[in-house]
Ligand binder design. Sequence first.
Ligand code: GMT
Length: 364
Amino acid sequence: MGGSGVVATELAMVLAAAGDEVHVISYAMPPRLELVDPRLSFHEVVVPHYPLFEYPPYSLALATKMVEVATYQKLDLLHVHYAVPNAVSAILARDIVGDGGFKVVTTLHGTDITLVGNDPNYLATTRYGIEQSDAVTTVSQSLRRDTVEKLGVTRPITVIPNFIDPKRYEAARQRPGARRWAQGDEVLLVHVSNYRPVKRVGDVVRIFERVARKMDTRLLLVGDGPERAHIEQYCREQGSCDRILFAGSTTSIEEVLVGADLFLLPSETESFGLAALEAMSCQVPVIATAVGGLPEVVEDGVTGFLRSVGDVDAMAEAALSLLENRDRWRQFGEAARRHALERFSEVAVVERYRELYRRVAPSA
Ligand code: GMT
């Protein structure tokens, strides 16, 4: 469901469209996966529930599914997204299949290192999954540094950033997009997240409140997750529910981004910030925190503004500096789109994954 699932799904679809045979393995059908190519198929990991097991062993069911698919579909490699449990299950599956089997490429996305990975309960297995993979990638330089510093990993790690499909965003530009949620010319701020504490959605609301004191403004919150109920309750208590709109989750992300005035991402930590890149592809400047990989995506003072975590006053001020100067706002939007297309276009980034696959599994 999260950014890692989006990246894995879109990569699978691009590879299949270009002629590779791709099998997607997951516990549920990824929302963005479209099975419209005979070279692309989906395998669900089913975890049997026996009264004997208080905790059904998902990681073993996953490894078993990997063995089955790899053996019968003759896979050359398994590209796993997220270290725990996926990389660890893949390594177990590789050992079970034995010599002449498949290679394991692991992509680290962020919370698997910054939150889960350095939790002592998972540290040793996270490190094992990384060290034993045949190749490892991270989605930003920042995440590579974190992996080395927090986990003490010494093996080579390749940085391959996340990507966007320019066609998808080009087509959306002709449609009303996020303006469907706005009335007239009012300012529309958008935030997309899984409402985990790391996203600091409370800060999104506080930035909105500061902007709304100066201009007629609406906030569109997209996604779902654990903190949503608290935010909804807060809006009810403040009587601001008519100005703060909860759209829920959508797979057509461009439909809630095109036409927005600003995208807000005041996260505590963010290894890349795929949602910010998607907003930039829609010509929407980003107001975010200067953490993790965000400075590698958003250029401070050019495609948006980056401020310290929790500094909602500074983020609101940065937002107003664009909203009160429409020429400047337009320049930022155009620079954001240009930057997204030039640096993070699907064709170039996916080719880097292909090169890595060829290096790891030359006979494929
Ligand atoms: O954003 C999330 O909390 C979901 C998480 C995930 O693993 O799916 O996202 C991480 O991976 C994304 C795709 O690479 C990145 O764009 C996000 O920045 C990263 N999230 C964090 O680091 C908090």
